[in-house]
Design a protein around this ligand. Structure first.
Ligand code: DO4
Ligand code: MG
Length: 295
């Protein structure tokens, strides 16, 4: 796993985390530097990391004790929708108020060859671990969407996997699907982290376990778990559609859709804490704040 953190509380540093107890600072400036170096040398990022840490000493802190930053400054974050049955059912509930005898565009997109892909975030709107996510002030039904994120090269190669949160307003989207950009994009509506798991170290990306926990005043109020094995699509197909007649940039993150939706009566509130854990990657934790608390 590759992380970024503030060294001496001021300088961003890249580090490798081969297991839960060891963190090695790397000489590369950031994740894309590491990938570029591997490409230039005709080797892989893992080989570059292994060479860098051989014979060096881990720092005394564990990953959880460090002031973590987003593992990369993703120039753009895109997201896929309705890639899991659970998401289709939740979207249908929002759009129809629970009438199950109608076929909606969510049913159609779930079955269609072309997936739903939308623009989610820019570097300035995306936050890292432990940073505040913000609630929209004009929505009364907001949830986190825990998603596996693909970290991509500009040619579409999957360089690694990270954890992402596609914060969403169910009432705004349910009112009219044309409001999707407003239901999905605002200041502090996306988080990624805490680490990038190098793709070459993942045997089966359809075997990630995803868990989402939300706590309020120190008490857990929501917990859900699912697996990327339930995904309706293949990651390569999602990436191929993203790249069709499109230009993406090194370090773009593609969120692959949510498989966990809190109970319909739940909405996030100021002060909540969201934790999204993906096996083999880590726990992405963020506190939630209302926009009023920001200004
Ligand atoms: O159709 C709206 C978006 C759904 C989504 O973001 C998801 O399934 O994760
Ligand atoms: Mg989503």
């Amino acid at each position: 796993r590759i992380i970024r953190f503030l060294l001496g509380d001021s300088v961003p540093a890249l580090a490798a985390v081969p297991d839960d107890s060891r963190v090695y600072v790397l000489p590369q400036r950031d994740f894309l530097d590491l990938v570029r170096e591997a490409d230039q040398r005709g080797t892989t990022p893992l080989a570059v990391v292994q060479e860098a840490i051989t014979g060096s000493q881990p720092i005394p802190q564990r990953m959880e004790e460090l002031p973590l930053l987003a593992p990369l400054e993703a120039p753009e974050v895109w997201a896929c929708g309705v890639t899991y049955e659970r998401s289709r059912d939740a979207r249908n509930y929002e759009a129809t108020g629970g009438k199950l005898d109608v076929t909606t565009f969510y049913d159609k997109v779930y079955e269609a060859e072309r997936p739903e892909i939308f623009f989610k975030s820019t570097a300035a709107r995306t936050v890292g671990p432990n940073r505040e996510l913000y609630l929209r002030s004009d929505s009364n039904w907001q949830i986190p969407e825990p998603e596996l994120g693909l970290v991509l090269a500009s040619d579409g190669r999957i360089l690694g996997y990270t954890v992402g949160n596609d914060m969403s307003c169910r009432d705004i989207e349910g009112e009219n699907p044309l409001y999707l950009p407003q239901a999905k994009m605002w200041r502090g509506s996306c988080s990624i982290g805490p680490a990038i798991r190098l793709a070459e170290t993942v045997e089966d990306p359809y075997a990630f376990q995803i868990t989402c926990r939300i706590s309020r005043n120190g008490t857990k109020v929501v917990e859900g778990t699912a697996s990327t094995g339930q995904l309706k699509r293949r990651f390569d197909d999602l990436v191929a559609y993203l790249l069709r007649d499109n230009q993406i940039f090194d370090g773009t993150v593609l969120l692959t859709g949510t498989c966990i939706v809190p109970p319909d009566e739940f909405t996030l509130a100021d002060g909540d804490r969201i934790e999204i854990e993906i096996s083999g990657i880590g726990v992405l934790a963020n506190p939630v704040k209302s926009q009023a608390a920001k200004s």
